[in-house]
Design a protein around this ligand. Structure first.
Ligand SMILES: Cc1ncc(COP(=O)(O)O)c(C=O)c1O
Ligand SMILES: [Zn+2]
Length: 438
């Protein structure tokens, strides 16, 4: 018999689970120690992996099929996601050089250009729909603040898989409507994200339906780790600094998995410095980190974190008040270097206007948080000369259409031509920068 392509290994006790059917039948947890955290290991030869990085024009992250947990290509459900550009945004480089004497390269990873729903959740949804299709599963459920919900709603619908999607009622209405329009069932929950996850878990139990097991779900981690593959392909190396708005934490956990997995075949590979950004309206991880730092990171500091009930943030995508992955993330940041950064939520519109002006690109609110984190990192000296910085633009403005309406700051209501003058685009620049940086 030929060797299986992959298996699961329990992170807590090491026990192996051979395949998805077994993993699903044991309730997506280790039968031995009950840990829900397992990682996928591939029984493949990594010597061929670097060849994939020489390819110029992959159509999607399925370019890495040999290193993904799917057996048959015919089950791939894809909208061309995960092969997106890394763009150099030189206006931020100029700002860093002129105002802070930092000479660095700043790349943004354009998840807003993904073919599915234009967010960084599309790769996970593509992976999930494909795995579920391969195993003939036609009912699934998931709780999400919005972007994962939309992506799963669409991709599972494409595969003909029913999804019950649980979202806190303050999530973006347009996202709920979009999911419902694909024929999926949205449950809008009167409560915060923590409560929404409980209701989804109750639903999964009541109807014996498979549920996405959250931020450590191997399906999500395996897909998102291909971001590292793509950066290696596009940059030829890992960035020195990675900046991301943080909510559940799948992003950085996936990077760590990729680096550990590839290290044996790529000797100088290492995790970038991780800068994780939250706004002052929902910042449990930043609070926890600041407390730990003030006490000089005592033994067990990772386990101490606050839980914010009903966070009062307008950025519903990032409204994870109970940061259950903090212990893992805090451990990673402590080990490899990094920081949790707090930015002001009331600067989100200003920085979105600045990017629209400088790049003619509309980023979504969670991406704006990430860019505010970049500005803060530059200001706080988190970035050194000659470093390469990668900023994860997780979503475009399509995800929050109401947000777009807030960008028209200098529209004038006039009665006649007497109130007109010749426009001069340049006059906005100074004001936009000032407002974004204040
Ligand atoms: C656009 C965007 N950025 C960042 C995040 C945070 O992702 P995570 O914390 O799961 O890595 C999300 C999702 O929650 C998102 O949709
Ligand atoms: Zn175990």
């Amino acid at each position: 018999m030929s060797k299986a392509k992959f298996h699961f290994r329990c992170v807590a006790c090491g026990r192996r689970t051979p395949d998805f059917p077994t993993w699903f039948s044991q309730n997506q947890q280790c039968p031995e120690c009950k840990s829900k955290h397992a990682e996928i290991e591939y029984n493949v030869d990594y010597t061929a992996f670097p060849l994939l990085l020489k390819e110029n024009d992959p159509k999607s992250f399925w370019h890495y099929f040999d290193y993904l947990p799917l057996h048959d290509r015919k089950n791939i459900v894809s909208c061309q996601e995960g092969a997106i550009p890394l763009e150099r945004w030189s206006f931020f480089e100029q700002y860093a050089a002129e105002q802070h004497k930092i000479d660095c390269k700043i790349y943004v990873y354009r998840n807003d250009l993904n073919g599915g729903t234009n967010t960084f959740k599309d790769i996970a949804a593509s992976m999930a729909a494909s795995v579920l299709k391969e195993h003939n599963i036609n009912q699934y459920c998931i709780a999400s603040t919005g972007n994962t919900a939309t992506a799963y709603g669409k991709y599972l619908a494409i595969a003909g898989i029913n999804a019950a999607i649980f979202m806190p009622k303050n999530s973006v209405e347009a996202s709920q409507a979009e999911i419902a329009s694909y024929g999926q069932q949205v449950y809008s929950i009167d409560g915060d994200y923590t409560y929404t996850k409980q209701v989804a878990a109750d639903y999964a139990r009541k109807f014996s339906v498979l549920i996405s097991s959250g931020n450590i779900d191997p399906i999500r981690i395996e897909s998102k780790r291909t971001m590292v593959f793509e950066w290696l392909r596009l940059l030829g190396r890992m960035p020195d600094v990675y900046i991301q708005a943080i909510s559940g934490g799948t992003g950085p956990l996936a990077l760590d998995k990729a680096v550990r997995e590839l290290s044996p075949c790529m000797s100088d590979l290492h995790l970038p410095k991780l800068l994780m950004v939250q706004t002052d309206k929902c910042d449990p991880m930043v609070q926890a980190w600041e407390n730990a730092k003030a006490q000089n990171f005592p033994q067990g500091f990772e386990q101490q974190y606050p839980i914010i009930d009903n966070p009062k943030t307008a950025i519903s995508i990032l409204a994870t008040g109970n940061p259950t992955t903090y212990p893992m993330l805090a451990g990673l940041l402590r080990k490899y270097g990094g920081n949790f950064l707090r930015v002001k939520e009331d600067k989100v519109i200003d920085v979105t206007r600045l990017v629209a002006y400088e790049r003619k690109t509309h980023i979504g609110p969670a991406s704006a948080v990430c860019i505010l984190g970049l500005l803060k990192a530059i200001e706080q000296g988190e970035i050194q000369n000659n470093q390469t910085v990668l900023v994860n633009i997780g979503e475009g403005i399509k995800r929050a259409p109401a947000f777009l309406h807030k960008l028209g700051h200098h529209i004038k209501n006039i009665l006649s031509v007497d109130d007109c003058y010749l426009p001069d685009m340049n006059r906005f620049r100074k004001e936009l920068w000032k407002n974004a940086l204040d």
